[in-house]
Design a protein around this ligand. Structure first.
Ligand code: LRH
Ligand code: MN
Length: 436
């Protein structure tokens, strides 16, 4: 942990050190054993551990409060009441995993009265600010015009104007917080054939995004996020990667496609989409989560870890092919309805590290030869060998070396942080600050 500039820590660092001391011996043993096993494959475990240690994923501010569905929300104890509470919870996740150095805020859910104070709080906690997210999929109190029938693509220019202005406001806030990206997801679409002019709505989408892009500082990126359905149930304006890519290509070098894993039909080959967007030079980042049916926003790697591995396999393959200019913003985007959000976000960050570490184990030269020789089984077994390697000692060693917890969930539970929050944060209509 970067203790040079004393970081405000929420968990007693001694508690972490004591817990790690009990596990250190076993970890050393397991790490050494895995190191020998990998060395037999010509792999240097230290190289993998360094790369894993450098891997970071941003936490969604809206993920630290309990999520819900339209059927209900069952808040847990010590819910964050406002963005400052959320930052403290995010700091706990980073202190215990060492893998989540930044927070992705959502406006107006996290609208600060004083952006400078919020930035200072983030810095005091050792957290940066990742992509800011605009919200033109809900109507706010006192809002002049409704987004019921869309926002950036609404048929009424005044509504589009209002939505563009909100995005410009998010950019201004982001600049004050030291962020350099904005993610634009809109719910715009239709529930019935004929309700919306499919082509014109897409043209309005691109026109409005061009207005937002024009306001981007030179160093900023705008990420547009496609989604197959919900809340629109017949057509969504940016419905799939093809629509998103078309828009990003039309809008130029500062606009990229963000892939939210949950925004695809079941069984869609998402790793193929990732490869295509890399090919187009338009892959900007991810909202990681997992799902079985729709946009379930479940914990990353909890339902289909092999799919997550295959996504990271495409990212590591691009690195191996020395693809130029690939800069990826990794973020989680999950809804925690039945687990402690902090525990889910910690384990999800570790599951991303696991998929990355496994993808780093793939023998790419060997795979290349087997693919060239059309040895289908040989080739797929190369991937399966990497996926079935237990790389847990690598992630645990990376955490231990950073002063984070070898077992984050165990330390979190032993710390009594949640109970402390319950005492400090009287159960009230908490911000929740998320989707209900
Ligand atoms: C839409 C989405 C989008 C966010 C929202 C919280 O489903 O994935 O990224 O704005 O969730
Ligand atoms: Mn998302």
């Amino acid at each position: 942990m970067d203790t040079a500039r004393s970081i405000e820590t929420k968990i007693d660092q001694d508690l972490i050190a004591k817990a790690n001391a009990k596990l250190a011996g076993d970890l050393e043993h397991d790490y050494a054993a895995l190191g020998k096993q990998l060395a037999r494959q010509g792999i240097d475990i230290e190289q993998i551990a360094e790369k894993v240690a450098r891997f970071g994923v941003a936490i969604p501010s809206w993920g630290v409060g309990t999520g819900g569905t339209r059927f209900g929300r069952f808040p847990g104890k010590g819910e964050p009441r406002h963005v400052f509470d959320k930052l403290e919870d995010c700091a706990v996740i980073h202190q215990l995993t060492g893998a989540t150095p930044a927070v992705s805020l959502h406006f107006p859910w996290d609208e600060p009265d004083d952006a400078a104070a919020l930035r200072a709080k983030g810095e005091a906690l050792g957290l940066g600010f990742a992509a800011v997210n605009s919200n033109t999929f809900q109507d706010q109190k006192g809002q002049a015009r409704s987004y019921k029938f869309g926002s950036l693509t609404h048929t009424d220019a005044a509504v589009r104007e209002q939505a563009v202005a909100h995005n410009l406001h998010c950019i201004e806030l982001g600049k004050k917080l030291g962020a350099d990206e904005i993610t634009v997801w809109i719910a715009d679409g239709a529930n019935f054939p004929g309700q919306q002019h499919t082509a014109r709505a897409f043209e309005r989408y691109i026109d409005a995004l061009a207005r937002i892009r024009a306001a981007l500082p030179k160093t900023w990126r705008m990420m547009i996020e496609h989604k197959m359905y919900e809340p629109a149930f017949y057509a969504t304006v940016n419905q799939d990667w093809g629509s998103s890519l078309l828009a990003a290509q039309t809008l130029g070098p500062q606009v990229f496609c963000l892939v939210d894993l949950g925004h695809h039909a079941p069984n869609v080959n998402i790793e193929m989409i990732v490869a295509r967007l890399i090919h187009a030079g338009k892959l900007g980042g991810f909202h990681f989560n997992d799902s079985r049916y729709g946009d379930d926003d479940l914990d990353a790697g909890s339902i289909n870890p092999f799919r997550l591995f295959l996504v990271f396999n495409e990212l590591v393959d691009a690195e191996w092919r020395k693809v130029k200019g690939l800069k990826l913003s990794h973020m989680l985007d999950q809804s925690h309805n039945v687990t402690d959000p902090i525990e889910s976000l910690m384990t999800s960050a570790v599951e991303l590290q696991r998929a990355y570490a496994q993808a780093l184990l793939v023998n790419r030269d060997g795979l290349d030869m087997l693919q060239t020789a059309n040895d289908a089984l040989g080739a797929t077994m190369v991937l399966k060998r990497a996926f079935t390697a237990d790389v847990s000692p690598i992630m645990a060693m990376a955490r231990s070396r950073k002063g984070a917890a070898i077992d984050p969930v165990a330390v979190f539970r032993a710390s009594g942080y949640r109970a402390g929050c319950a005492a400090r944060r009287p159960a009230q209509q908490s911000s929740g600050g998320g989707i209900v």
